[in-house]
Ligand binder design. Sequence first.
Ligand code: ADP
Length: 446
Amino acid sequence: MRATQYRDEVWIYRGALKCYYRKMLNIPLPVDMVLPAALFLALLVLFLAVLGLAKRKHARLMSALQEERNAAVTRLSLLEKQAEQQIVSGRLQGYRRERIEAVIEAFPDAIVFLDEEGRATTCNGKIGLLVGVGPEEIINHRVSEWPCAEEIKNAVTDLLAGLHGTSGGMTHLFLDRAHERRVTLFVRTVFALRGADRPLGVLLLIRETTDEWLAQKGRDEFIAHVAHELKTPLGNVMLYGEQLRELVDPANTNAVQSANTICDEADRMTRLINNLLDISRIEAGTLSLDMQRVRLHDLLEDCMENVDYAARAKGLVTKLQIPVDIAPVRLDKALIRVAITNLLNNAVKYNREGGEIILSAEESSEGFVLSVQDTGIGIPEADMPHLFEKYYRSSDAEAVSRGGHGLGLYLSKRIAELHHGRIEVSSQMGIGSRFQIVIPMAQVLL
Ligand code: ADP
C-alpha cells in the first residue's frame, strides 16, 4: 500500500482500486467519482429504505404473530380448563351413577323401572330371587316378553292398565300356594323432577310379604275363632234380652231402658261377629255363592226392617224406592242382605236426628244398582280412597264419636266383588252420602 499526500487530502492506492478517504469535510470529490458515489449513495439510501420498510413490516408481522400466539395460548388454556371440567363432571356423573346403582342393588325389594313404552330399563338383582328371571332377561323387554310365570305377567299388566294419571296400584300374589309364599306388587307413575306433569315411566316394586301374610292370617284365624265362640252366648243374651223386654213393666222406665240396652248391645255385637265370620270365610276362599231367584222388593224391604228400630229411635224418615216392574234377579240373598244392611246401619249411625234414608234399586246400562242415600255428616275427601279398606275408620271427630270397627264397608265391597260388581260412594260434608252397589246385568239375569 502506498500513500500520497496532496495538501489536505490523502490518496490511498490499493491495487487498481482507488479509494478516497476524506480528511476534511466539503472537499469536492474528483469528477470521475461523482457518478459511482451518487449511485452508491442512492443504492445505500434505497437499501436503507427497503431495510427500514422490511423492518417495520417485520415488526408488524412479529406483533401480529405475538397477538396470535397470545390468543392461541388463551384458547389453549380455556380448552384445557374445559377438558378438566369435563373430566371432573364425567367422573362425578360416573360416581353418582355408581352410587344410584349401588343403592338400587342394595334395596331389599325387587325394583324395575319401565320406560314410557313399557320396556324395563333399570332393574336390580332381587328380581331373580322373587320372580325367577335375571335382570338381563327383562332389560329392554316389555312385561309380556319376560320369561316368567304368566300369573306374574298378568298381575303386572293389570296393575299397569289400572294406572291413571298420578295414581299407583298394589296387588298381592301367591308365588307358591303350597308354601304360602306371597309377594306384593306396587306400581307408581314416575314424573320428572322438573315439570312434574311429565311422566317418565313406571316404577314396579315387588316385595316378599310372606311373613306379613302369615301373621295376618294367624290374627284373622284367631279373631274368627273367638267370633265363632262368642256367637252362641251372644245369641242367648239377645234371646233373653228380648224376653226381658216383653216381660218388664212398661211403667218401669229404668227396667225398660235396661232391657233395651241389653238388646241393642247384643245386636251390635252380633252384627260385628257376623261380619267377622263372613269376612274370614270370604278371605279363606271357603265361601261359595248361593245364587237364587230374588224379588228385590222383598229383599230390600227386609233390609229396611232390620234397621227400622234404630232409625225410628233417631227420628229418621226411611223411604224405599223400587220400580214396580223391576225384574226378579239372581243373587246370593243372604250376602246381599248383609251388604245392604251394613250400608243402612251406617246411614242410621252417621245421620242427623230427624234425617232421611232412601234405599233404592234400579236397572241401568251398567247393571242393577242398589243405593243407600242418607242426609248425614258426610265423608271428608281425605277418607275417600281408604273407606273400603279393612279396619279403616275416619279420623273425623264426628265419625269417631259414633263408634265402629271399620269392617262394614270392607265386607260390603267384598260381597259386591263376589257378584262381579263394585261399590261406589259419593258424599258431601254436612249434606249426606250415597253408597251404590252395581252388579253387572249378566250376573243377575235369570
Ligand atoms: P264403621 O262404621 O264400623 O267404622 P265401616 O266400614 O262401616 O266401619 O265404615 C268405615 C268408615 O266410613 C266409618 O268409620 C265412617 O267414617 C265412614 N262412613 C261409612 N258410612 C258412612 C256414612 N253413611 N256417612 C258418613 N261416614 C260414613
